[in-house]
Design a binder for this molecule. Structure first.
Ligand code: ZN
Ligand code: ZN
Length: 240
């Protein structure tokens, strides 16, 4: 934490982002212990490829078994339900961008729990259409990605990818429609910065994983050495 941040914490003691209780002790997560316990934070019991929690003892979920994703690894901070879902909807749609700190802390917590994680060369985010971003005032995925990169001292590049066409809101679509929905919606903008790089691609929520698959494939085709996909929250395998 920087001196400025410490001073700000002293002047404005941090409160739980969910319930407003004054925080004591570890403030990194920005949640009080009671609210933190409401989250289903993820550990190692997840699909080794896409990072989704699923039942059973297999290494991979059915989806990854049926069709390997074009990234080397995916992981998420917590399950997208209950309080996490409420906070996510607030961050994305109800003008509460500050909640990115909670979600970034969950991603960082998950990364810290992965010994031997090889640092990426560059961190980037799932882009929004520029007019949508202007309308909302921020891209939640970019806030998250920047915060994670800053925490570890990794390079952050917001503009490796572009969204070139509007997509429908994924939650209104069936599984198959979601893959169609994102096909061709993105392009690699900065191919030179992608070539030979190990890229950490960050999004706020992962549902079907269709966006991650599409973008990872694009980055691979543009010459990326490896793509790792991180989301703050993910649905369980089989849920969309
Ligand atoms: Zn709380
Ligand atoms: Zn999987």
């Amino acid at each position: 934490m920087s001196i400025v941040e410490s001073l700000l914490d002293f002047l404005f003691p941090p409160k739980c982002a969910a319930c407003g209780t004054l925080l004591e002790g570890d403030r990194q997560l920005r949640l009080c212990p009671a609210c933190f316990r409401k989250l289903d934070v993820l550990d190692g019991k997840v699909c080794k490829l896409c990072g989704k929690p699923f039942c059973g003892d297999a290494l991979l979920c059915e989806d990854c078994n049926a069709s390997r994703p074009p990234y080397v690894m995916g992981f998420a901070g917590c399950v997208y339900d209950g309080l996490a879902r409420e906070m996510m909807l607030d961050m994305k749609f109800h003008n509460k961008p500050h909640l990115f700190r909670v979600f970034a802390a969950l991603v960082i917590r998950r990364l810290d729990s992965m010994p031997g994680f090889v640092p990426p060369d560059v961190v980037t985010c799932v882009p929004m259409r520029p007019e949508k971003e202007r309308e909302r005032g921020y891209n939640p995925a970019a806030l998250l990605a920047r915060q994670v990169a800053r925490h570890y001292g990794w390079t952050f590049a917001a503009d490796l990818l572009d969204k070139v066409r509007d997509t429908k809101v994924q939650s209104t679509l069936s599984r198959e429609e979601r893959y169609q929905n994102v096909k061709g919606a993105y392009v690699v903008r900065a191919a030179k910065e992608v070539q030979g790089k190990r890229i950490l691609l960050v999004d706020d929520v992962c549902t079907t994983g269709a966006t991650f698959r599409e973008l990872a494939e694009l980055l691979q085709k543009a010459g990326a050495a490896e793509v790792i996909c991180a989301s703050a929250a993910t649905t369980r395998h089989g849920e969309v």
